[in-house]
Design a protein around this ligand. Structure first.
Ligand SMILES: Cc1cc2nc3c(=O)[nH]c(=O)nc-3n(C[C@H](O)[C@H](O)[C@H](O)COP(=O)(O)OP(=O)(O)OC[C@H]3O[C@@H](n4cnc5c(N)ncnc54)[C@H](O)[C@@H]3O)c2cc1C
Length: 502
């Protein structure tokens, strides 16, 4: 008997934050959704960001008020719905000496504090640059600084938890599945995919959402009549050993008009970024060049009493922004190109295809809502917007309860130390009990791969979070790759070969 073929309502191309956010939202509204990601979830731009949920103070300079307002509002919505992977951060902005410049920045911060409404995050204050809480890291040339609020997010986990929730609600999520072509067939789209081992499959859908980030035009150039251009801009970060003890981050203004962030990272490290370089060939994997490393090092050394050099860099990463080429763009710097998104719907032979251009992690939830608003006329029975009130998996607790959760987890599982318990809560929130189960001792968690990663957690990440190799675990599900030795990596890789080989 011939099997009836499944026809999806929405087929999403790309498992970055935008694709996964859209898949989750659409599934929660009752649509039948399939998402295909050619590599690991979040392995594109979405795991290579500065990891901030922020209004984008610097966008005020370009009068991007719509984007800044939407982003500022989103900070607290996201903070409430994912307090395990997202938390408030205070940023120190050393004030320039010139009075006019100082006043303009203070005015900008006043707008920033009041444009999007705040109930959780504290507002800006002015401090002495040599405030005892900041230590002596900042060079003597500054006399005062502004301290303002934004938020941190574990970017790759944000993507994965959206995919996990989409799947829980009924979406089909395919990783390591590349969309090779899309074509109209009868009354629906035919999507042809290829898996990493070369298996070709066909899927059918009434609509397509192209959320392929920097790869977005690979299909659109073939099928769309409208050829929207994007700028591809590479941004790199370096990671060095912890530069200062306090938990504040820095927002630094450069002579060249750019800003960089210096952020406490993974307890023992400091993250410095980002650069902006054109990256026209998306088939070339972005990497942090020596020139970019030097730029970031010199930038940081000019602000801090530090002697960073190339040897200080313990890790670096790069990602490619796909920025929407607005016809009104001036020919200014890459920093001046809008970070706003554009959604383009086109009907090709009566079948909708929606393309996502640009965007930020911060606005992914709103972007998904807007995508579904645009799809409403094709699926009039779909549900209303819902994601602003629904926590991501493991995020069903209040931000101020985190310390209690860490403590309770240690009480229940007495073999956990503070650092381990904190890492687990910051990753899995209220799902930690499910992960640790009825383990009574450390030995009950199976093989110890090092730095508190155990076989039990690895199996959980494979079963629940789509992990398929050691890199997925060390660099996206966790950031333990920063601490793992080559020998430890090999042990994990061998475990995968022995347990997951096809
Ligand atoms: C250096 C840098 C710093 C940033 N910092 C911040 C920040 O601090 N805060 C913030 O809000 N935003 C930040 N951003 C922006 C943010 O990271 C991006 O807007 C966001 O990650 C884009 O997500 P995306 O889903 O559109 O793209 P991606 O994450 O790139 O996802 C697209 C996915 O599509 C997949 N794909 C492509 N082609 C196919 C195909 N044929 N078949 C199947 N899958 C395919 C890719 O593998 C990829 O995983 C930063 C960006 C950069 C580059």
């Amino acid at each position: 008997m011939k099997r009836k073929k499944t026809i999806y309502d929405v087929f999403v191309i790309g498992g970055g934050i935008n694709g996964c956010g859209i898949a989750r939202d659409a599934t929660g509204r009752g649509l039948k959704v399939c998402l295909a990601e050619m590599s690991d979830l979040g392995s594109g731009t979405s795991s290579a960001s500065t990891k901030l949920i922020h209004g984008g103070l610097r966008y005020l300079r370009y009068f991007d008020f719509r984007l800044v307002r939407e982003s500022l509002k989103e900070r607290e919505v996201l903070l409430k719905n994912m307090p395990h992977i997202c938390w408030p951060m205070r940023f120190v902005l050393p004030a320039p000496k010139a009075m006019l410049q100082k006043m303009v920045i203070r005015l900008g911060l006043f707008i920033y504090d009041n444009l999007g409404g705040r109930t959780i995050l504290p507002g800006t204050k002015t401090i002495r640059a040599r405030d005892p809480n900041l230590g002596t890291i900042l060079r003597n040339k500054f006399s005062s600084a502004f301290v303002f609020s934004d938020c941190w997010v574990e970017d790759a986990r944000l993507v994965i938890l959206n995919a996990v929730d989409a799947k829980k609600r009924g979406a089909q999520v395919l990783t390591h599945t590349k969309v090779k072509s899309i074509k109209r067939e009868e009354k629906y789209w035919k999507v042809t995919t290829e898996s990493k081992v070369g298996i070709t499959k066909e899927f059918f859908s009434y609509s397509i959402v192209n959320a392929a980030g920097p790869w977005v035009n690979a299909f659109n150039n073939n099928i769309s009549k409208e050829n929207t251009s994007i700028h591809l801009v590479k941004g790199s970060h370096i990671v060095v050993k912890k530069m200062f003890e306090h938990k504040n981050s820095y927002f630094l203004l450069g002579q060249d008009g750019r800003i960089i962030f210096v952020i406490p990272f993974q307890e023992d490290f400091t993250l410095i970024g980002t650069t902006e370089k054109p990256h026209d060939d998306i088939s070339r994997e972005p990497t942090c060049s020596k020139e970019e490393k030097k730029y970031l090092i010199e930038f940081a050394n000019s602000y801090f009493n530090s002697n960073l050099d190339l040897e200080s860099v313990v890790w670096s990463y790069s990602g490619v922004r796909s920025l929407y080429k607005n016809l009104t763009d001036n020919q200014g710097s890459m920093s001046s190109i809008t970070r706003d998104y554009m959604l383009h719907v086109e009907l090709i032979n009566e079948l909708p295809i929606l393309t996502v251009y640009g965007g930020k992690l911060t606005t992914y939830r709103k972007l998904a809502e807007n995508v579904l608003f645009k799809m409403k006329s094709y699926f009039p029975k779909m549900g209303e917007s819902w994601t602003s009130e629904e926590p991501l998996p493991g995020g069903n607790f209040k931000l101020n309860e985190k310390a209690r959760l860490v403590k309770e987890l240690r009480e229940k599982y007495s073999f956990l130390d503070e650092k381990w318990s904190t890492r687990l809560i910051n990753s899995y929130g209220t799902l930690c009990d499910g992960l640790l189960g009825d383990s009574k001792t450390k030995e009950d968690l199976g093989i110890d791969f090092g730095h508190s990663l155990t076989e039990k957690e690895v199996k959980w990440l494979i079963e629940k979070e789509f992990a398929s190799c050691e890199e997925d675990i060390l660099w996206r599900r966790t950031k333990l790759g920063l601490r793992f030795t080559k020998k430890q990596e090999k042990k994990l890789s061998e475990w995968f070969q022995n347990n997951l080989s096809m």
